[in-house]
Design a protein around this ligand. Sequence first.
Ligand SMILES: [Zn+2]
Length: 117
Amino acid sequence: MAKSALDKIKDQLVGEKERVENEIGKIAKKGKRGLRFVMDSFGSKDEEHVAGVATLDNKISLGTSLEKSLRDIDQALKKVEQGSYGVCELCEQPIEEGRLKVFPAAISCVNCQKEKK
Ligand SMILES: [Zn+2]
């Protein structure tokens, strides 16, 4: 991959990382053992309590998927540094550039991604 294209992707990854970290910061605090989800203050009424619990569930699932994105982004950034970005980590073939443009944190090619599922 051309260095200019790589630089662009790196920028994209850094921007995306900031965005994801920001999102995580809104719903959780980073503790020693991973994320601690911030609880909204619950009201005393039962209705509000139920709503609060549902929100916490949503936060946890959102937080889990955000954490996963963050890990993918970190991995992709590491690969940029190591010069192995854009190579599928499973079959070691180059990842389609179109895929990388849409999904810069991709670390495996479309075929391997399919097989993993
Ligand atoms: Zn592959």
